[in-house]
Design a protein around this ligand. Sequence first.
Ligand code: SF4
Length: 388
Amino acid sequence: MPPAFDFDPHRLGDPALRPIAAQLAAGRRITPGDGAVLFRSPDLLGVGALADAANRARHGTRVYFAANQHINPTNVCILRNTCVFCSYARLPKEAGAYRYTMDQVYAEAAANPYVREFHIVGGLDMHAGLAYYQEMFRGLKERHPEVHIKALTAVEIAHIARIEKMSLDAVLIALRDAGLDTLPGGGAEVFSKGVRATIADRKLAAEDWINVHRVAHALGIRSNATMLYGHVETIEDRMDHLRLLRDLQDETHGFLTYVPLAYHPDHNELGAALGREGTATTGHDDLRNLAVARLFLDNFDHVKTHWIMVTQFISQIALTFGVNDIEGTVVREKIYHEAGAHTPQGLALDDLLRLIRGAGRVPVERDSLYNVIRTFDEGTTAAGAAAA
Ligand code: SF4
């Protein structure tokens, strides 16, 4: 059960929050209905204070980050015309389509002097099957044996299984043998059938996304979980999504962290249909998604803010809204920049330290499995820590 913590429910301005706060402070699980109340409460600061207390009971003032690098080897995708929220995918002969050669992958991987995790995701490319990724992971491990490979969403794993006519187990085992360490959490979008019919009609169904993670966890491959929020979903859709994630975590304990992902409406069909171009999610909703997740997902150790999507400024505030983990250095993000993100494509280590310290928290560099690499005591810079 989640840790109990000190919190006086009477400090909350919204009376509807008080019984929920009492439950949480006693270390008891809340219901999806409670989660909906947290989402709808006018007292955002109250929800945030509650989430902050729950987070500090687990992690104190520590905030984790990883020195990671995103690599997107192919934007060619067979679902290009059906995932209407996506700005990244291209058809094979469309302008801007690309598929990296192995040399291009290795050159990009070598461009960053300090990286501990490669985060590798791309499109559902008929010419990027099992052999393509096996060769890639083997080559990366030969060149960077100490770097963790977090690669291929559940949607990509299922795609490889389909085109290779293999079982999920067999694909995951083959990829693990080639060097894959963990799975990222992308491709979940929102599990609701109605939402999927509107935004990602032909994408892997919710139960199949969940099953890929279940199979991975059974093989000892840990993974992350996400939800893409801020488009056509309702509060109930969000809570149902979180409930399914919490249920699977009860069953397998295989998820490492939960990362809510903010929808970006530029250069995609959905943004145009909704008349939302240039209008991303609000800071209010970004913070609330993180805080509610911290309170509802009581069996997840970590909740992460993705600064590329919500800006460094919202991510910094999120560190006092229940968040204990912040997206890392990234180096060269492509997918959300295609959809209108105005954030940098990467951050220097010292910029991350400044963000975390500015929120009154202690930066802790972690590896991909949340083992501590180094704690940055006050005043320590990345270069200073490296020299020590
Ligand atoms: Fe392809 Fe993923 Fe984009 Fe859908 S969201 S079109 S699966 S790259």
